[in-house]
Design a protein around this ligand. Structure first.
Ligand code: SAM
Ligand code: SF4
Length: 315
């Protein structure tokens, strides 16, 4: 449906858990988070009902995220329910990939069409430093499993962190030489644990263009500006939520793992979606979409207004 500013809202991201098998520096506290009682997290049935109501409001694409969506019990049932929902044309998942060797085939069979893979470094020691507890070889095994199951194109999302992984921009771009891989750099957003990091860690997306002057524009894909190295098969994308926000084209809404609707990632307002009939759910979604803010507060170095860490919202 069209919101008050003429934007067509067609995309919903659902965080199916706030738990994760990694502890990325910019996303989760080092100690992890306290496991909430089961009843505090939206159930498989609730997710199904939210998807049906959302489809009636014009949502066509759903992305499952987290925390790590693949640690959620019932993730395959959730995928089956959503992909069988009338009106939902596209089901995608964003994952750190660690559990893909176990789940890639089941995800494909349950109707997942695309996988976005989060990977910030190709260096094993650095991977451990950023994820605190993960291993690069496990993540790469997940990437291989997704490719083997025929997921294509593969998108790799890397958070650009000054002084941490900005020396790997060329190395990541090399992944696009012969394969239909799309590497997308996302600007680090000042929220949760990363909110008080010093400014040298916050690089604008243009740092990618500075590092790879041979990049040629290759159009726009969703919120990413795409580029390609001459003769390369895949692309390099830049996503700039901080230096140049794309609120005017924002077509998305989000549901948190505890069942709150957020119509803007960086704004504070949330709307409860739990304990509602399907009719009430649809009415609530429609009203919230109409009240979706025009823009968020991140401009000019301001902090995100959301009180949540990214693992609760899903990015
Ligand atoms: N665990 C899954 C994963 O990592 O792909 C899904 C959830 S994770 C919160 C979704 C995306 O948000 C990841 O690509 C992650 O890198 C990104 N993210 C988390 N915190 C961020 C931050 N402060 N700034 C920019 N991106 C962030
Ligand atoms: Fe987990 Fe994804 Fe957050 Fe990393 S970015 S801690 S993998 S939820």
């Amino acid at each position: 449906m069209i919101d008050s500013f003429g934007r067509n809202i067609t995309y919903m991201r659902i965080s199916v858990t706030d738990l994760c098998n990694l502890r990325c520096l910019y996303c989760m506290p080092e100690s992890g988070i306290e496991k909430r009682p089961h009843r505090d997290i939206i159930s498989v049935e609730e997710i199904g009902a939210i998807a049906r109501a959302a489809a009636k409001c014009g949502i066509k694409k759903i992305r499952l995220t987290g925390g790590e969506p693949l640690v959620r019990r019932g993730i395959i049932d959730i995928c089956r329910l959503i992909s069988a929902t009338d009106g939902i044309e596209e089901l995608c998942i964003t994952t750190n990939g660690i559990l893909l060797p176990k789940y890639a085939e089941q995800l494909r069979d349950a109707g997942v069409m695309r996988i976005n893979f989060s990977l910030d470094t190709l260096d094993p020691d650095r991977y451990r430093q950023i994820s605190r507890i993960g291993s690069l070889s496990d993540a790469l095994a997940g990437l291989d499993a997704a490719i083997e199951m025929g997921f294509s194109p593969i998108k790799i999302n890397a958070v650009l962190i000054g002084g941490v992984n900005d020396d790997e921009i060329g190395r990541f771009a090399e992944l696009t030489r012969d394969r239909d891989i799309h590497v997308r750099y996302i600007e680090l957003m000042p929220m949760g644990d990363s909110a008080d990091w010093s400014s040298e860690h916050y690089l604008p997306g243009t740092a990618v263009l500075d590092a790879l002057p041979a990049l040629e524009p290759a159009g726009v894909e969703g919120v990413a500006q795409r580029y390609r190295l001459p003769g390369y098969k895949g692309t390099v994308g830049i996503i700039t939520p901080v230096s140049s926000h794309f609120c005017g084209q924002c077509n998305r809404i989000r549901v948190t793992a505890d069942g709150k609707l957020k119509t803007c990632l960086h704004s504070a307002p949330e709307t409860n979606l739990r304990g509602l009939s399907e009719e009430e759910l649809e009415d609530t979604l429609r009203a919230a979409i109409l009240a979706k803010p025009w823009t968020h507060s991140l401009d000019g170095g301001a902090f995100s207004e959301t009180a949540r860490n990214m693992n609760e919202i899903g990015g």
